[in-house]
Design a protein. Structure first.
Length: 96
């Protein structure tokens, strides 16, 4: 299932990860693990935030996807099923 990951990192933990060099390694590891179709990095709600769209094949992947972000960056994480335009068209065509 196409899923949007929104991870807002704690500022203190993110600063420490930046200083000790682990921030880029954590992000690179997450990208390698998830192979997202899109990945964006910005500031939301006052903190470093990454947004990734990836294929969540099974809910059992959730702990492996989130735990390092929780543990290393004290991130607030949201996972949302999302659709692209083709998915919306297919879904709307089925509603009749």
């Amino acid at each position: 299932m196409r899923t949007l990951l929104r991870a807002r990192m704690d500022t203190r933990a993110g600063n420490e990860a930046f200083r000790n060099g682990s921030l880029s390694k954590i992000i690179e590891g997450l990208v390698a693990q998830l192979q997202p179709e899109a990945a964006y990095f910005t500031a939301l709600d006052g903190g470093r935030t990454c947004l990734m769209v990836f294929d969540l094949e099974d809910p059992s992947q959730i702990p492996a996807t989130c735990e390092q972000l929780f543990l290393e960056l004290e991130a607030e994480i949201e996972l949302h099923p999302v659709m692209n335009l083709d998915d919306v068209k297919k879904g709307l065509a089925a509603v009749k």
